[in-house]
Design a protein around this ligand. Structure first.
Ligand code: THU
Length: 160
């Protein structure tokens, strides 16, 4: 028996003011995206903003449905749209945040497993790490790659 320890590195900041202008804008775009989410059931409005290598920012938000599983998370709405509009353009960063009836979340929320898997595919497809920026009022957490969340992941290499 051999035990394997897998480490992840996440970097915390106090506020977006500590980030460069481009990333501050990305966080702002994620916050704006949350405003137009369709989340009447959970009342948990999530916003995502994707920064492409061509400099364009694409927003997405969660889209819920009375048939609950038919809805989609903000991250996947943004990433699928980015990859459908620019199939050959890598995603550099994604900012994610959310608000409830009590205002913006206080602590960062990590993307769900399905969204992480979709982001991982996008990284592999374009051979480019995606930086993840999780904004909350009290803290901002940054990871330099999806592998920080999914260090032991299923990918196309396993289909060989
Ligand atoms: N949600 C997201 O949009 N992104 C996540 O990473 C986690 C959850 C949405 C799905 C649903 O509309 C609501 O948040 C509550 O789960």
């Amino acid at each position: 028996m051999e035990k394997r320890e897998i480490k992840s590195i996440l970097i915390d900041y106090k506020s977006p003011a500590e980030l460069d202008d481009k990333l501050q804008k990305l966080v702002e775009e994620a916050k704006k995206a949350a405003e137009t989410a369709y989340a009447p059931y959970s009342k948990f409005n999530v916003g995502a903003a994707v920064l492409l290598e061509n400099g364009e920012i694409i927003q997405g938000n969660n889209q819920e449905n009375a048939a609950y599983p038919s809805g989609l998370c903000a991250e996947r709405v943004a990433i699928f749209y980015a990859n459908s509009k620019y199939p050959n353009t890598a995603i550099k960063s994604i900012a994610v945040t959310a608000f409830t009836q009590e205002g913006f979340i206080k602590e960062p929320i990590p993307p769900c497993g399905s969204c992480l898997q979709v982001m991982l595919e996008s990284e592999n497809r374009h051979n480019n790490n995606i930086q993840v920026i999780l904004y909350a009022e009290n803290k901002l957490t940054i990871a330099d790659s999806i592998s920080q969340f999914l260090p032991f992941n299923f990918n196309k290499e396993m289909l060989k």
